[in-house]
Ligand binder design. Structure first.
Ligand SMILES: Cc1ncc(COP(=O)(O)O)c(C=O)c1O
Length: 365
């Protein structure tokens, strides 16, 4: 079986470095808000080309903390793509605001900027763009709209570490960005972890306090914050992995290139990459009308695939209260029915890649 994701080659390669980092934290006897976190924050800010990075508990918290930091909450609306992982919407809900969904461009799977303006009301405070599957959203158009309506632009960069839009890195394209370091992400910890990146000094200071019970000084709580800190062990692991991320990204791009040039089947729609984008292929998403059949065919061939995302947010039982119905976001729904994610991971042998290409090319409904 070719697994959808296999972290073993990556982890075998850096096993000694990781063990050293863990040992360093263990013998330091300091596990929360210490030197490893401070250094990781400096290193990741530099990596993303931004002034500030604040390590937090996970990617969902990162987005929620940004919204809280901008005092976006009850009575406010936040625009986001209908096609995303539910965490993007949950961050808005937890902040107390209302998620307002917008359909996608079916060619890029990202929010369609031409549909945003119609959703802006007097209560709209921000747009969350999701760089889905590791491909940046169409930022120029979105930033232009945000300037006209005075809206914050928040990047959900959970799937887009090291991706570029017109040469600029994700994480610094809007007012602030939320990253996830969930283990399967392109930069993944050995547990839950996340970060906020921004050039906004005031937001950085507020988020820094909010992640630590709203306190900048021990036992003095200026804000009603939460406990969402990136711990020393995860920070130390991430510092090791960050050093290898460029190389790992390069390999992901080579695998994607191999798929793009090798897969040829009239029943399959391959991902499209606009010329000004440099995706990082967190997910290699193809589309097929008869997804179920293709997926079970690939399964029979020993190829594990996933679907991202089989039930769109507006059709999730937890979000029925938003009042949307089937048919409201047709392209998102199309993607939810047709999308299949192929295995793509660091260390994936060319033989395995070729097996996948060959299997897909031989598929006939
Ligand atoms: C697009 C998107 N946003 C947010 C998140 C939330 O990240 P986490 O799982 O670290 O909370 C994820 C992670 O799964 C994601 O894929």
């Amino acid at each position: 079986m070719i697994p959808f994701l296999n972290l073993e080659p990556m982890h075998n390669e850096i096993g000694n470095e990781i063990r050293c980092a863990i040992e360093r934290v263990y013998s330091n006897n300091w596990y929360i808000m210490g030197q490893e976190l401070e250094l990781f924050e400096q290193e990741y800010a530099q990596y993303c080309g931004v002034k500030y990075c604040i390590g937090v508990g996970n990617g969902l918290d990162a987005l929620q903390l940004i919204l809280m930091g901008y005092e976006i909450g009850a009575g406010d609306e936040v625009i986001l793509p209908a096609n995303t992982f539910i965490a993007t919407a949950l961050a808005v809900s937890y902040a107390g605001a209302k998620p307002v969904l917008v359909d996608i461009d079916i060619n890029t799977y990202n929010i369609d900027p031409d549909l945003i303006e119609a959703k802006i009301t007097k209560n709209t405070k921000a747009i969350i763009v999701v760089h889905l599957y590791g491909q940046p959203a169409n930022m120029d158009k979105i930033l232009e709209i945000s300037r006209r309506y005075n809206l914050k632009v928040i990047e959900d960069s959970a799937q887009a570490h090291n991706a570029r839009y017109k040469g600029a890195l994700t994480g610094g394209l809007g007012d602030a960005a939320g990253f996830s370091f969930y283990p399967g992400k392109n930069l993944g910890a050995l547990g839950d972890a996340g970060a906020v990146t921004t050039n906004d000094k005031q937001l950085a200071e507020t988020v820094r306090a909010l992640r630590n019970y709203g306190s900048q000084e021990k036992y003095n709580h200026e804000l009603k914050g939460m406990n969402s800190r990136l711990d020393e062990l995860q920070a130390a692991v991430l510092r090791v992995k960050l050093k290898h991320l460029d190389r790992w990204t390069k390999e992901r791009r080579l695998i994607a290139k191999h798929y793009l040039s090798g897969i040829s089947n009239n029943e399959i729609v391959l991902p499209q990459v606009p010329s000004d984008m440099e995706p990082v292929w967190h997910i290699f998403a193809i589309r097929c009308r008869n997804r179920k059949k293709l997926q079970s065919y690939l399964d029979d061939q020993g190829i594990q695939t996933l679907t991202h995302y089989p039930i769109p947010i507006h059709l999730q039982p937890s979000y029925l209260d938003l009042g949307y119905q089937a048919g409201d976001f047709r392209r998102t729904e199309q993607s939810s029915k047709e999308e299949i994610s192929l295995p793509l991971w660091y260390g994936m042998d060319k033989v395995l890649q070729d097996r996948i290409i060959h299997s897909i090319n031989s598929y006939c409904s």
